[in-house]
Design a protein around this ligand. Structure first.
Ligand SMILES: Nc1ncnc2c1ncn2[C@@H]1O[C@H](COP(=O)(O)OP(=O)(O)OP(=O)(O)O)[C@@H](O)[C@H]1O
Ligand SMILES: [Mg+2]
Length: 466
């Protein structure tokens, strides 16, 4: 067991019993105790006073002692936690129940640890909107989900999604936002919080571009592992059971070099499938994760109240600070500036923290010495991949936007773009679906602005748009 696994396990234990995650100081204490550090060194690592750390530590040891039924202090923390963790995991592995609160566990429904169809009684059908399996163990398959390595709470978004799913019974939810903004992480965390409300939770990635038929066959195969008599369609499962299905990386089945959110040839039937899920009566929920908001979703949404869309943006400043703390950056007074520049984008902050550590020994002041000429380092390839997908008209418009000082009024088509009004507005709309251009009200008027990091990148590399 390594430090990260121990922290994850301890966080799970704490969360399951207290509904609270470890905070940054508690994590630093556990990490420090694991490595045999003194409180003085732990305090330095997490930029807190020694007395503060000791107070938090004493509460933490007490809580863990109560939860685990054994006296835990800093000196014995490592041996006790390791022993307890191993015994829990062992018992879990032997359990016939397929349930976990461990967000890092990708629970494959494999024959040796799941109930056979002989001794498993599938949940019996009940009226829509009634979870079959409430407080029992759901069947979870996250084998296609990415690993959740680090997560700081996004309380507002978690609450919104829980409300849509559990209170208003949304049938189709789209979560879109920039690459690396945290769509998958948020959804994995959500699963942990609401898993007991469902009979089935299945994560499907579109990384390999499966056709709709392949995706449906995969889903049916997973359902059929606990079913004596398989149903003919996915909708039958959606009606009979409460299912939460996540379709990740939807943008992979959209056309590159064209306006955002249009299906590749041979994948158009996905649109029909999503519409069917949104408009048919059932008790399940399909979540789509994508960096490009699909064009058809806007139409489906306009007609169906059970369809919702969440545009995911950066973390709150507090959470973004946790990332910098974990990366052990210095010059805390400069952190807000760094966070603002990178818009609390978790992936960008992680990448740039690594660069700051490597080039400036963690000094944010040194990195920001010239705020008008920010070095983007390894963020560049991440931006480049997104720009490569743009259509010609989008490239023209984003190149033009990158040279504007302020947000622009789009009611006049700029002559220098040589685009018709329709082409110009379509390009703006499409860039907005990709989160590259944002709308902001200025004196009551809708104005549009390019994302500042993309602006910086395009100004530095104008040829990359050609
Ligand atoms: N709430 C969070 N707290 C801490 N780190 C986070 C959080 N959300 C995301 N991250 C980190 O940011 C990175 C990107 O997250 P994630 O993979 O969830 O983004 P995504 O939007 O799904 O990206 P993609 O579009 O590539 O699928 C990961 O390293 C993840 O650990
Ligand atoms: Mg993702």
């Amino acid at each position: 067991m390594n430090t990260e696994e121990m922290l994850q396990w301890a966080d799970d234990i704490l969360y399951t019993k207290t509904a609270k995650h470890l905070d940054s100081v508690q994590r630093a204490i556990l990490e420090g105790a694991w490595q045999g550090l003194k409180y003085e060194d732990i305090a330095k690592n997490c930029h807190r006073s020694k007395s503060h750390v000791k107070n938090i530590a004493s509460e933490l040891w007490q809580t863990l002692s109560d939860l685990l039924g054994e006296d835990i202090q800093k000196a014995n923390a490592r041996s006790v936690l390791e022993r307890k963790a191993i015994s829990t995991i062992y018992n879990y592995g032997k359990s016939s129940q397929i349930v976990t609160s461990n967000i890092n566990s990708h629970i494959n429904i494999c024959p040796e640890n799941r109930p056979s169809s002989e001794d498993t009684k599938p949940p019996s059908p009940s009226p829509p909107n009634t979870p079959q399996n409430k407080n029992q163990t759901p069947i979870i398959d996250l084998t296609q989900a990415p690993a959740l390595t680090e997560y700081y709470p996004r309380t507002t978004e978690e609450t919104t999604l829980k409300n849509w799913i559990l209170q208003t019974n949304a049938r189709l939810i789209t979560i879109y936002g920039l690459t690396g903004i945290g769509k998958s992480s948020l959804t994995l965390q959500l699963i942990e919080q609401i898993q007991n409300e469902f009979d089935y939770i299945i994560w499907q990635s579109l990384n390999e571009k499966p056709t709709l038929t392949t995706l449906q066959t995969n889903l049916k195969q997973i359902f059929s592992q606990t079913q004596k008599t398989p149903f003919p369609t996915i909708l039958d499962y959606f009606r009979t059971y409460r299912c939460l299905i996540i379709i990740d990386d939807l943008q992979n089945i959209f056309k590159p070099h064209e306006l955002a959110g249009q299906y590749l040839p041979g994948y158009e039937d996905y649109s029909q499938f999503f519409k069917q899920i949104a408009t048919t009566t059932h008790q399940s929920c399909l979540i789509l994760l994508t960096s490009e908001k699909p064009r058809d979703i806007t139409t489906i949404e306009a007609e169906n109240p059970s369809t919702q869309t969440l545009h995911l943006k950066g973390l709150r400043e507090e959470q973004a600070q946790e990332i910098l703390l974990k990366k052990q950056l210095t010059d805390e007074e400069k952190w807000p500036e760094l966070i603002t520049i990178y818009q609390s984008h978790p992936l960008w902050l992680k990448i740039i923290s690594a660069t700051i550590n490597q080039l400036f020994n963690g000094s944010v002041s040194q990195y920001l010495a010239d705020p008008n000429d920010i070095y983007l380092g390894d963020i560049e390839p991440v931006l480049e991949t997104q720009l490569q997908r743009l259509s010609d008209s989008e490239k023209t418009v984003i190149g033009w936007l990158a040279n504007q000082t302020n947000a622009v009024d789009i009611s006049q088509t700029p002559a220098e773009t040589a685009l018709s009004k329709t082409q110009f507005l379509q390009a703006i709309e499409s860039l907005n679906r990709r989160s590259l251009v944002e709308k902001e009200p200025v004196a009551g008027r809708a104005m549009f602005q390019i994302n500042p990091i993309f602006k910086q990148y395009i100004q530095l590399n104008p040829d990359n748009l050609k």
